[in-house]
Design a protein around this ligand. Structure first.
Ligand SMILES: O=C(O)CC[C@@H]1NC(=O)NC1=O
Ligand SMILES: [Fe+3]
Length: 410
């Protein structure tokens, strides 16, 4: 991690995302930061004298805000590559689940792993996301499904932020799936979940609360109980909503003034209207859509018509979205959901931050955190154009370089 939290880049193509639409492009721009905060982002000619000094010449490279991955399950143990292979050999989801596969198999691995082992297995995934431009990560629990396991996951999420010097926002997702010991007793399990939440919050481990509201997850009444407990604690909510069917999840999270409704492939026009009225962000997760070979598109025209902000995230998880690049998620959002490259980049910066309730990042503007990425591209559309590859030249979080592509790069 580079020592200085202050610096100056010039000869840069700034992609500021400043303003409500468009890239906010500044050719021949300068970016100056002091003690981890952006002090100037604009044309080099406008750089205040007191901020000039030794500058790094960006060679015309594009500089964007650091990417914000607002939906990940990246803390887990083991993997589900075997199931992926079984499915391609013809096994069905139900057959795999009956054989003990699926979320439950990840739960077993997480419960068996020590906190240090869980950290060691999760750090490489976080580093992969950073290497492709992410500087803020949301990380959910949801594979412990008992108090100790959920606590262990949230502690590991906090440690990842400390270890990598990046912003991490934790989300309690105890209501992710029914653990074996509560089989057939979802209401009894929710009793346990709403008991754990205040205790985990008291340890400073919870920034937001989520649930999987779906036929194969929890119903509206059970989700509402979790949300009421969160509200009583002053915690914001978000929801895995309407992923596989219209379960009215988006309307429920909007009723609670929630930060975001996520997946939203099956959200109805009424659900979109409720989101628009509540200022709830639509989090698009094209990785899961792609891996599951879904066909139902989210209601994109309605989101645009009602100015519902659209975020884009990886949903990095071992089952439906083992995706280790937010920039790749942007590419998938353009290919599958027909987002424009500008919408996809805005979705992975400004709107990703909004989905986490953060207003101190996501754009290159004086006063914002000095989270930014220098990309080896000449125009921002390339970030969604190239599949794979390593386009990030250098990644800065809090004004400190945390990733660099080449030893001599700055
Ligand atoms: O399969 C897994 O491990 C997680 C699946 C993931 N969780 C959720 O609520 N929706 C999903 O697609
Ligand atoms: Fe998810």
């Amino acid at each position: 991690v580079h020592a200085a939290a202050s610096g100056l880049l010039t000869n840069a193509t700034l992609v500021t995302l400043d303003g409500d639409a468009g890239y906010g492009l500044v050719e021949d721009g300068a970016l100056a930061w002091r003690d981890g905060v952006i002090r100037f982002a604009g044309p080099r000619a406008g750089l205040p004298a007191e901020l000039s000094g030794d500058a790094v010449d960006a060679g015309g490279d594009c500089i964007t805000p650091g990417l914000v991955d607002c939906h990940t399950h990246l803390v887990f143990a083991g993997d589900r590559a075997g199931e992926f292979e079984q499915r391609l050999q013809g096994a069905g989801y139900e057959q795999i689940a009956r054989a003990g596969g699926g979320i439950v198999s990840t739960v077993r691995h997480v419960r068996d792993a020590s906190e240090d082992a869980l950290l060691a297995q999760s750090l490489p995934r976080a580093r992969a996301l950073l290497a492709d431009g992410a500087t803020t990560l949301e990380i959910k629990s949801g594979y412990g499904l008992d108090f100790d396991g959920e606590r262990k996951m949230l502690r590991v999420a906090r440690r990842i932020g400390d270890e990598l010097g990046i912003g991490v926002r934790t989300t309690f997702l105890g209501a992710h799936a029914l653990p074996p010991e509560f089989a057939g007793n979802a209401d009894g399990y929710i009793d346990a979940v709403v008991d754990w939440l205040p205790r985990l919050h008291a340890e400073g481990l919870v920034d937001a609360v989520d649930a999987f509201c779906e036929r194969i997850g929890f119903d509206l009444a059970q989700t509402r109980r979790v949300f009421e407990t969160a509200r009583a604690l002053g915690l914001p909510v978000k929801l895995h909503a309407d992923q596989l069917s219209d379960g009215q999840g988006a309307a429920l999270v909007a009723e609670f003034g929630g930060l975001s409704a996520d997946h939203v492939e099956h959200t109805s026009v009424d659900g979109v209207a409720a989101m628009a009225a509540a200022g709830t962000v639509a989090v698009l997760l094209p990785g899961a859509f792609h891996v599951l070979r879904e066909t139902q598109l989210p209601p994109l025209a309605e989101f645009r018509a009602r100015n519902v902000p659209m975020a884009v995230a990886t949903d990095c998880n071992p089952g439906t979205s083992p995706l280790l690049s937010l920039r790749q998620a942007m590419q998938l959002a353009c290919t599958h959901f027909r987002l424009t490259p500008e919408e996809a980049l805005r979705g992975a910066t400004v709107n990703g931050a909004r989905a986490l309730g953060l207003d101190d990042r996501g754009a290159l503007r004086a006063g914002m955190r000095a989270d930014f990425v220098r990309w080896r591209v000449r125009q921002p559309a390339e970030l969604c154009y190239w599949l794979g590859g390593r386009l990030g030249e250098a990644v800065y979080a809090g004004g400190r370089r945390i990733v660099q592509a080449r030893p001599d790069s700055v």
